[in-house]
Write a protein that binds this ligand. Sequence first.
Ligand code: GLN
Length: 497
Amino acid sequence: MNKELTLDEIQNFEGKYPKQLWMLFLTEMWERFCFYGMRGVLTIFMADKILGLSYSDKEANLKYGAIQAFVYAFTFIGGICADKILGFKKSLFFGGIIMIVGNLIIAASPKEFFYIGITLSIIGTGFFKPNISSMVGDLYKEGDPRRDAGFGLFYSGINIGALLGGALCVYLGKYHSWSYAFLAAAIVMIIGVVTFTITKKYLGPIGNSPLLHIEDSKRKMREIFVYIGALVCIPLILIMIQNTSYTDYFMYTVGPLALIYFLYEVVKTKNINAQKKLIAALVFILFSIIFWAFFEQSGGSLSLFAEKNLRFNLAGLQIDPNVINNTSNSFFVIIFSPLIGLLWLWLAKKKLEPNTVIKFGIAFLFLAASFYVFYYNKFFVDADGKASLNVFTFAYLVITIAELCLSPIGLSIMTKLSPKHLSGMMMGMWFLASAYGQYAAGLLGAGMSTPDKDASLMTKLTSYTDGYLQLAEYALIAGVVLIVLSVGIKKLMQEVK
Ligand code: GLN
């Protein structure tokens, strides 16, 4: 057997990307395939009157929001468990298996076992999602300028999976059976877990348990404790996702509790420089909540806008606007993510690469521009209240550039600013912000929609586009505030770029 690689050997790689990145890329690609496959069918399955749960649109949307919020909220717990006990590798394996079981259970009888299966998917994703991103960070030495480009590439993997999973599972679910859709999600997750199991030996010490120094039996006991704890969460989550009003209580409490725990860890860290970096990380996390609240209109108000207010015409081709709404973001990420990654590398060589705070600021400016384009579409409306799919698609291109200046960069900066023993937790906090973003997105979308169900298409269009103009203004303000605050935040970040 080959000798295990050391951390130095891994981190002193030549070229643009470490070879282990490709393995993590593939594993995450399959995981996102499973996740977005499941996510893509959720609302349609819940609203299906014959073979699904036969919920009203409103109920399906609320449940969808609750499930999404729980998925991302659980990453905080998954991150802490990995930091303190399991290590990233075991966490990933455990999370992957739970996701497989969850999808298999739903596939066995979607109507009957939907909630229990989704509960397992929530827990599994919590153990999987933050920890694979943390491992990507561990492939790089502190200060390595290639890190952001690495996360850019990793982000392409996420979106290849998202695109394929969203397309395949929705196709199987709508045209064959819901069981096949969930079965497909389980099968691709099996491929992901197998890929990881075969390739994890190349990760050397990265992702090992933080408790390797203590006795084997004691370590095992703590691991078993985590596994049992995860199982104990099943009935609790099950109850909460079945009653959406509990989601509100959950969201009101989990954030403050996470913040208190974060502050406890900051105080415990003692080293003032590390503390400043953690506070800087918190600022990025807080701004990302605003970003996701706007961005995630894509799953809510923008998909309803696409359904009602757009012509089936993209550059002369007859295309369903909802297909564009569901796929164009991933498509543009796949194309632009490596390009923007290379742009950062090129700028770094010339010593012109913007600092992360500025990249976040730029992200908000692009976000503002994209919502301005979504708004501006109202001037392309015809007498039937239908606007242009071309303009809408262009807005998706702009919002994707915004995403690429924030989302992969955010993953990267979490790994730069976190001390090693807290990196899982911080990655979990990053995704917890997404949970709040998803939650707020639903509220914003509901606020923008017309209360009158039978309103004319023109009224609906005006109501949504006026809302998008407001989002554009707020995004602009957030971007300017970030850029103004950048001097102070850079001080907190010290040598980190
Ligand atoms: N689309 C990205 C992913 O699935 C980011 C999601 C998020 O942080 N909200 O990883």
